[in-house]
Design a protein around this ligand. Structure first.
Ligand SMILES: [Zn+2]
Length: 218
């Protein structure tokens, strides 16, 4: 049941000025990127890479509920925190892709999918029931930002093998992949199991301690 890997369109964008972004994780250099065709604006959050090291790269798709409100329905907010800490430590960049909410279906549709999940569907079935793609994200902007930053050979922080393949297809040399797994929670265990079982995400998930949640979102 393997699905063909989508081809990402090449994206043209322009970068704004580089400014300092002091955060709880330390000081980053940040830059906004404006997509010429769509007008969507993305953000890169960088730390200089020590000589001889591969830049550590996290390509993070916007998730308002997880990133801003700290929702435990998914692991996005915790993954973003983890990525910022790792990039601060090793040097590299978090590329924050906007317009990719809910794996690309938008905020309203994501909440519609949540409603279906509360009625028993998993995250993949919910999108299918809505007649929406399971994953409509695209990585053309991420590749264009990495190329503009001169980061074309990278260490990718991701659990999603497809992301590495799609970046490679766009000309980025993903020399290695590092796992970005954060501990699961009762509230997101089923979501993460679905990502592992149906979307091939490389998650270990310690289900032994949480097996009572298997099959149902609490
Ligand atoms: Zn999320």
């Amino acid at each position: 049941m393997s699905t063909p890997i989508p081809t990402d369109p090449v994206v043209e964008l322009t970068g704004g000025p580089v400014v300092q972004l002091p955060t709880a994780h330390g000081i980053f250099q940040t830059q906004a990127w404006h997509e010429t065709l769509s007008g969507i604006e993305h953000l890169s959050v960088s730390v200089p890479v020590p000589a001889g090291s591969l830049p550590l790269v996290r390509v993070h798709s916007e998730c308002l509920t997880g990133d801003v409100f700290g929702s435990y329905r998914c692991d996005c907010g915790e993954q973003l925190d983890y990525a910022l800490a790792q990039v601060q430590q090793h040097g590299g960049v978090v590329v924050y892709l906007r317009g990719q909410e809910g794996r690309g279906i938008g905020l309203s549709n994501k909440l519609r999918a949540y409603a279906l999940q509360e009625a028993g569907a998993d995250t993949v079935e919910a999108n299918e029931q809505l007649g929406l793609p399971v994953d409509a994200r695209s990585y053309g902007a991420a590749a264009a930002i990495l190329q503009a930053l001169g980061l074309e050979k990278i260490s990718l922080l991701s659990n999603n093998p497809v992301k590495a393949e799609r970046l490679r297809a766009l000309g980025i040399d993903v020399a290695e992949t590092r796992h970005a797994e954060v501990p699961s929670r009762a509230e997101n265990l089923r979501y993460l199991q679905t990502k592992r079982d149906k979307m091939n995400h490389q998650l270990t998930l310690d289900v032994s301690s949480q097996s009572s949640n298997k099959g149902k979102l609490a």
